[in-house]
Design a protein. Structure first.
Length: 431
């Protein structure tokens, strides 16, 4: 069978990346809404306890609200292997989608019900959704795509997420949009649109043929899927199942093959401690602070005295999209570690400005430059590549378990950053 791109394939990829769009949306929509929702927290608190909320309590509560997403994902990603093998890839995505709809219901009623808990529960449910879908969707795409286009389609998934983040930022940023004290519950609930759209499209897409073959031993169903998707079988294993690494976005052969060999060399020179490398790599990627920017940039800009904090956050989103495209077309793999170090170096001017706040106003331009460069560096270097290296570190048989554990470890550090960035910032500013 020739490896051509069929309509079914395009339809399936489009339908599944609607999930990534939702992940992105909920990553981006709480950044600029911070002040508005904090106000709601403050009011609810006053009504309930008959006293105004302390700044410390508010900071902690908001940080917790933001970080529960990562907490949910830390938990759910541990179950994704079992879920994906038991229900199949496509059905698991559909199951995960129901979590998103539930989350949206909780978030939507939180203001009317005067319940900040509902918002937190909603964030947690979205977290469960993210943990599952960040693995399920790339897995599904990887298994249904012919080798030749696997990389391109996986890129589309990545892009869908970044675009989602940008939409979330736009919706919450602009004052005449929905990030107002009146409309924020509706704004948070808008991800129901791609969720419903996914329910209208994905059920008509075939299951991954590789799943039928390997997990269900259903040769006939697999063969039918194979025809639909025009993937090729070799010795009973789909070619693309081998080449396009789980959660990575590379196809075998050509450039990526060279990169693959370089990685092997690099890894061998580290010695044979793949688990240690995977743990350090994933922790450092998160601790680079990229997600602190994604979650709190508006607040950072406001503290730094930048003129238009919410609009500047849109700039962050735009840079994020731009360099996601750039990074997947030009994989700067060997430089990945330098870029990781670069994100570290750029923390210096940021700290400098925040510590000398107000006294040396022009340092805020350094802060802006540093933040923008950090986002770019992250997307070129450690962001996408840490997944790829992690997958490369483990043998085929150990990979599913190892990837589950390291993903959970990765999300856990995402949680740490989201939870403790703000308290740390106010603590530092006391000096
Ligand atoms: C909560 O709102 C009151 C006014 O209603 C304000 O004085 C107080 O500073 C607010 N608390 C925080 C932590 O922003």
């Amino acid at each position: 069978t020739p490896q051509t791109v069929t309509w079914t394939l395009v339809h399936s990829v489009m339908a599944s990346v609607l999930g990534s769009l939702q992940i992105g949306y909920h990553t981006g929509n709480i950044n600029a809404t911070q002040m508005v929702i904090e106000e709601f927290f403050n009011q609810t608190w006053k009504e309930r306890f008959k006293e105004t909320m302390s700044l410390h309590a508010l900071t902690m509560l908001w940080s917790f609200t933001v970080s529960t997403l990562a907490l949910g994902a830390t938990v759910s990603v541990l179950t994704v292997g079992i879920v994906a093998d038991h229900y199949g890839r496509r059905n698991s995505i559909l199951i995960a989608n129901s979590l998103s709809l539930m989350a949206v219901a909780f978030m939507g009623i939180s203001k009317t019900a005067g319940s900040l808990e509902a918002l937190i529960v909603g964030r947690f449910l979205i977290g469960l959704f993210c943990g599952l879908n960040m693995t399920l969707i790339p897995l599904y795409i990887q298994e249904i795509s012919p080798t030749r286009v696997c990389g391109a389609f996986s890129t589309m998934n990545q892009l869908s997420q970044t675009v989602g983040t940008f939409i979330g930022q736009v919706k919450s940023c602009l004052e005449n949009m929905l990030g107002t004290s009146r409309w924020w519950p509706l704004m948070l609930s808008l991800s129901a649109i791609p969720a419903i759209l996914q329910y209208l499209t994905l059920p008509f897409c075939p299951e991954s043929p590789r799943y039928f073959l390997i997990n269900c031993h259903e040769d006939e169903l697999a063969a039918r899927g194979k025809i639909v998707y025009r993937t090729r079988l070799k010795n009973g294993v789909f070619l693309n199942g081998h080449g396009c690494v789980l959660m990575g976005h590379l196809e075998p052969g050509g450039v990526s093959k060279v990169i693959h060999e370089r990685f092997r060399g690099l890894i061998n020179s580290f010695g044979t401690q793949p688990i240690l490398i995977a743990l350090i790599l994933n922790a450092s990627t998160q601790l680079s602070g990229f997600n602190a920017i994604i979650n709190y940039s508006t607040k950072i800009f406001r503290l730094a005295g930048v003129a238009h904090p919410t609009q500047t956050t849109l700039g962050i989103g735009a840079i994020n999209i731009l360099f996601t495209i750039f990074s997947v077309s030009e994989l700067h793999t060997e430089l990945s570690f330098s870029f990781l170090a670069g994100t570290g170096v750029f923390h210096l001017p940021i700290s400098l400005h925040l510590c000398t706040q107000g006294e040396v106003p022009w340092t805020k331009y350094f802060l802006l430059l540093a933040l923008f460069t950090m986002v770019a560096f992250y997307e070129i270097g450690p962001g996408p590549i840490s997944w790829y290296i992690t997958a490369e570190l483990f043998s085929q048989s150990a990979r599913p378990v190892a990837m589950g554990l390291t993903s959970s470890w990765n999300w856990f550090h995402n949680f740490i950053v989201a939870m403790f960035y703000q308290p740390l910032l106010s603590w530092v500013k006391h000096f």
